[in-house]
Design a protein around this ligand. Structure first.
Ligand code: KIV
Length: 264
């Protein structure tokens, strides 16, 4: 299989082919996931919770992200790798440029992801202008959990929905190449997906997004209290690779997420 690029992902959106994405934090899983058909690997700062045992993503440091991204990159031959810029590592545009460069040069990321709305447009523009592909992240922003007052669905009222739509447009306009939409009502996610030309990857955002991402450890049933939008794909399969193949198939056919994994 030839390497997945941003062009591949854009073409998939154009053709209506769903993009299968999972988080990955190490070389062995990176190799297994892409072998099972996952096109997009996200080295998420969720590793702070599922690998490091913190109760949020806030304690994750840039050095942690570089380390795990490097591990994933070593295990991967073809997947497109997106790595999170952790909390406060992109508080200014200058910081974002320096830290994104490290994630790409030292970690081997193909793209960096940052959480936030239109206030990040200038940063996204400056990164893109320097050849750094950027994935925006809207909706529930885990790095802002204390400001949001918990892990809650976003964009349920008219004003919140309008803000999300205009943030998404502003970030695309600024040069973002992908968008992650987390925990937003399915109808709103559909509207955002249809109004952007860049691929939209949903997590708790309904089936109309161009692709889906889940935290790998939720898919494998390792988390005690998994979120409503996730699914344990291992419970009906004989091994991890079959579980990941089942996830990929469910994403590609539109069987996942079902209504029970989505919000209204
Ligand atoms: O941190 C993370 O793992 C993420 C993805 C689930 C989108 O942001």
């Amino acid at each position: 299989m030839s390497p997945v690029t941003l062009t591949t992902l854009r073409e998939m959106k154009r053709r209506g082919e769903k993009i299968a994405c999972l988080t990955a934090y190490d070389a062995s899983f990176a190799a297994l996931l892409e072998q099972a058909g996952v096109e997009l690997l996200m080295v998420g700062d969720s590793l702070g919770m599922v690998v490091q045992g913190h109760d949020s993503t806030l304690p994750v440091m840039l050095a942690d992200m570089i380390y795990h991204t490097r591990c994933v990159r070593r295990g991967s031959k073809t997947a497109f790798i997106v790595a999170d810029l952790p909390f406060m590592s992109y508080a200014s545009t200058a910081q974002a440029i320096g830290n994104a460069a490290r994630l790409m040069q030292e970690g081997g990321a193909h793209m960096v992801k940052l959480e936030g709305g239109a206030w990040l447009a200038e940063t996204v523009h400056e990164l893109s202008a320097r050849g750094v592909p950027v994935c925006a992240h809207l909706g529930l922003l885990p790095q802002s959990v204390h400001q949001l007052g918990g892990y809650r669905v976003q964009g349920r009222d008219a004003a919140g929905a309008e803000n999300l739509l205009s943030d998404a447009r502003a970030l695309e306009q600024a040069g973002a190449g992908l968008l992650v939409l987390e925990c937003v009502p399915a109808a709103l996610a559909q509207q955002i997906t249809q109004s952007l030309t860049i691929p939209v990857i949903g997590i708790g955002a309904g089936a109309a997004c161009d692709g889906q991402v889940l935290v790998l450890y939720d898919v494998l049933g390792l988390i005690q209290k998994p979120p409503k939008f996730s699914k344990n794909f291992l419970q009906d399969e004989r091994d991890i690779e079959s579980a990941v193949r089942a996830y990929v198939k469910a994403v590609k056919t539109g069987a996942f997420p079902a209504a029970e994994h989505s919000f209204r």
